[in-house]
Design a protein around this ligand. Structure first.
Ligand code: SAM
Length: 295
């Protein structure tokens, strides 16, 4: 497999994921003082969680760690207030850092990120950082979601594969841009939660699959784009093989402590490789990723 490298743009200061950072906040309304409460678009799904809910705290009480679902938290603020936070996020965190892709900016403005974070983090949903989502995993920093989506640049008729569903937020952004999105997650609970949220938001062009995404998802290949949202030790040949001609693969590659964002484009006789910015993601665990050490 021939890979030619054409450009290098390296910004190691843009380290984007800090999965170990707790940033735990327990009272959303203490952290952001917004004027009104309202029903959210997910309020109809308030009873959808498979877990129990503590009546006083609204937190989940089943054996799912500190999971708490958004049906409770997303009623705290008016949708208009979230929309204002989102618009500010797009301007200050994304456009100001050089992402100018109009369709990507529109998608980032459209997708309600607060619906994808855990309830304890509702006030931080539009902050410039990743947040915990359970199972030791994270929802990525908004800037990184935008930068990777712009790098993938899916056409409206494209089929794309995302490896690492996590919260489902990145898949929702892709769903606004591509024709259909297949997203694969190794943690069944995260996959189930993401699917519920995507369904509640009416994003019918996303299919959530449980499995080892380092193997890709051959059933629906070829893909116009494949995005991996976890850190890989190398570019898996399985993913390269599932790209259509002209298709792009966007993937963080490196050690578990630090990676570079790689963009490979399938050409007639090999792959063109670009190295973008430095980043830090949780590891890709699987046959073509890092070994599973209970992560
Ligand atoms: N894109 C996600 C979002 O929008 O919330 C964030 C992804 S999180 C940084 C990385 C995800 O990749 C985790 O949910 C993790 O469980 C998942 N993951 C790691 N290895 C995987 C594999 N081999 N197949 C599928 N998912 C994997």
């Amino acid at each position: 497999m021939r890979v030619s490298s054409t450009s290098t743009r390296y910004h190691p200061q843009q380290s984007v994921l800090y999965p170990q950072a707790g940033h735990r906040q327990t009272a959303c309304m203490r952290n952001i003082s917004l004027p009104q409460r309202s029903q959210s678009i997910l309020s109809s799904a308030a009873g959808w969680a498979q877990e129990g809910r503590d009546a006083a705290s609204g937190r989940g009480v089943s054996g799912m760690g500190n999971y708490s679902y958004n049906g409770g938290m997303s009623r705290l603020f008016a949708e208009a207030d979230y929309a204002a936070l989102r618009a500010e996020m797009v301007e200050r965190q994304i456009r100001a850092r050089g992402v100018s892709h109009a369709r990507v900016l529109a998608a980032m403005n459209a997708v309600p990120r607060h619906c994808f974070v855990l309830g304890d983090y509702c006030a931080s949903a539009y902050d410039d950082r990743p947040l915990p989502i359970g199972e030791g995993q994270t929802i990525s920093q908004p800037y990184m979601v935008a930068a990777m989506t712009a790098a993938l640049d899916p056409a409206p008729d494209a089929r794309v594969l995302e490896v690492g569903t996590g919260s489902g937020y990145q898949a929702a952004v892709l769903a606004h841009l591509a024709h259909d999105v297949i997203t694969i997650e190794r943690h069944p609970r995260l996959a189930a939660r993401a699917q519920e949220i995507l369904k509640a938001l009416g994003l019918a062009n996303v299919r959530v699959v449980v499995g080892d995404g380092s193997l890709g998802y051959a059933e629906a290949q070829p893909y116009a784009g494949i995005m991996v949202t976890a850190a890989a030790p190398h570019v898996p040949e399985t993913l390269r093989a599932q790209l259509a001609l002209g298709g792009r693969l966007v993937i963080p590659v490196g050690s578990t402590g630090f990676q570079e964002l790689i963009v490979e484009t399938r050409q007639a006789h090999g792959f063109n490789r670009e190295v973008r910015e430095g980043c830090v993601f949780v590891p890709l665990i699987g046959a073509h990723g890092y070994p599973d050490r209970g992560r």
